[in-house]
Design a protein around this ligand. Structure first.
Ligand code: SAM
Length: 489
């Protein structure tokens, strides 16, 4: 069934001017769904396939916005965020075989393993991570009700009322949103100014890197923008409110047939999408041996982000000394609010004042711990700020000076289970459901980083103590740090 989809998709692709190199094949790959493989050895810099710009599906190529009228489209803010593209995809689907993208849309997944579709009980398994708060389900629902439905109901000539329950439901809105989240690209517009800017940039890139610029900057298949992406994650509706609105207008979130058939794994990228004036090209960025999978990159994201956007997690051998399996790109996000909770701040007004001051000074409302275990300066500064006595606080504001860093054991308590419990559960694997297993792997990755960070700090503290005043009495907060290793929740 799945591969039937691919053969009719490929016939459609060829019929619409796409070209696929004979070295590239598509297969169902264990645990990855469909993916591309090298049928023979492929050298670096080889064009694997070319996609004409006309078959990209976006609000630029779909006729719907013009049909509705661009003024009305914009008045309803359909040009911002993903609501416009979602409606285009719904409308094209409703056109059936008369849509240019009929075969493409038919080939796209209708079910997802992403937490957007999990039950509340399953979502509980992600407690402690930031996955659930980033889902944006309520925002998406609001867009559906406030942007899409008013438009659809006001134009029965374009959206016949009798087919609304078939093609224009909230459930389908979420499915289209998930297709965009896991498969779209940000493709720059092909107008003259843009083309000029592209030419200039291409020249620069050629000079600097010996290669043209890649186009996979954004939505699902992100490369260079990975860091920015993390800071401003895409969700079905979050884009609506993001500061990227202007960027989203100058580039166009597009569904790119065939390019979206490539899977990705941490550090495995061997192909990338590049743009030319008339087409997009998937090009090998490394030699690929016959039989090897052709991997794009999604930006080497942490498992929490992979799960939220794509519904899978990466499990690779971690660098020494760990040696366990996990995702080397994992991070732990610690919000300022969480710091408040775990630091047992009782005087909320004082705390709020300090956080506001922190934000005024240009501080972020959260920090990210990475697997290199470097404790971020921002975390150190923030925690110290929150722990100051009123007198120290006054002094700090006056002198702009903060005390020593301390990441204490309480933070790991945000997860309902211990790392040891989770590792045992995963090892036993007594019929774990896919979602539960994925949640477990996300939690383990984050807790492993926290645990190792705590151990590192503890070791540092021991060293500091060993150096001088060995008999110095520990402060209460240091006692908590010591308890970290045995703490179980
Ligand atoms: C851009 S599509 C790639 C093509 C997709 N496998 C298909 O069958 O159409 C992204 C989706 O592929 C799957 N995927 C990609 N990389 C994966 C990996 N390393 N492990 C498991 N699934 C993966 C996930 O379901 C993800 O949402």
């Amino acid at each position: 069934m799945m591969m039937d989809d691919v053969s009719s998709l490929l016939s459609w692709f060829n019929a619409n001017g796409g070209t696929l190199d004979s070295a590239v094949g598509f297969q169902v790959l264990p645990g990855c769904g469909r993916g591309a493989v090298a049928l023979r050895d492929i050298p670096e810099g080889h064009v694997l396939f070319k996609i004409p710009r006309e078959i990209l599906l976006s609000t630029e190529t779909c006729k719907l916005p013009q049909l509705v009228g661009l003024d009305r489209w914009k008045a309803l803010k359909m040009h911002l965020g993903w609501a416009g593209l979602i409606l285009c995809m719904m409308w094209e689907t409703a056109q059936g075989p008369s849509s240019k993208w009929d075969k493409y849309l038919e080939s796209l997944p209708k079910t997802f393993d992403t937490p957007m579709f999990w039950s509340d009980i399953e979502l509980d398994e992600l407690k402690g991570t930031t996955v659930v708060e980033k889902l944006g389900k309520a925002d998406a629902e609001q867009d559906f009700n406030q942007k899409l439905l008013p438009l659809v109901h006001s134009r029965p000539d374009i959206f016949p009322p009798e087919i609304l329950p078939v093609y224009y439901t909230l459930e389908i809105y979420h499915i289209m949103g998930s297709r965009i989240l896991s498969r779209s690209f940000d493709v720059e517009k092909d107008d003259d100014d843009q083309a000029e800017a592209e030419d200039e940039r291409e020249e620069r890139d050629l000079e600097e890197n010996g290669a043209p610029a890649d186009t996979s900057l954004g939505s699902a298949m992100d490369v260079d923008g990975a860091q920015d992406e993390e800071a401003e994650p895409h969700s079905e509706a979050a884009d609506e409110h993001s500061e990227q609105e202007e960027d989203e207008e100058s580039s166009s979130v597009s569904m790119v047939p065939i390019a979206d058939m490539l899977n990705a794994r941490y550090g495995s990228e061997n192909a990338k999408l590049f743009y030319e004036k008339d087409d997009l090209r998937m090009v090998s960025t490394k030699p690929i041996q016959a039989g090897e999978q052709i991997w794009n990159t999604y930006g080497d994201m942490p498992n929490a982000e992979l799960l939220r956007r794509y519904g899978h997690v990466d499990m690779l051998p971690l660098p020494p000394p760990s040696g366990d399996l996990g995702n080397p790109g994992d991070v732990v996000e610690i919000s300022a609010d969480l710091a408040l909770e775990v630091l047992h701040q009782t005087d909320q007004a004082t705390t709020r004042e300090r956080i506001d001051w922190w934000l005024e000074q240009g501080g972020d409302d959260g920090v990210v711990l990475e697997s290199d275990l470097e404790i971020p300066e921002a975390l150190i500064a923030l925690i110290r700020l929150l722990r100051l006595t009123p007198a120290e606080w006054e002094k700090a504001v006056e002198k702009d000076k903060v005390p020593k860093p301390k990441l204490d054991a309480e933070i790991i308590g945000i997860y309902p289970t211990s790392l040891a419990d989770d590792l045992a559960l995963l090892a036993a694997d007594h019929g774990l459901s896919l979602n539960k297993r994925h949640a477990l792997i996300v939690r383990i990755g984050e807790k492993r980083i926290l645990q190792m960070a705590l151990e590192k700090i503890e070791a540092q503290r021991q060293r500091n103590m060993g150096g001088g005043d060995k008999k110095r009495k520990m402060r209460p907060d240091e006692e908590v740090g010591r308890a970290a290793k045995t703490r179980r929740r």
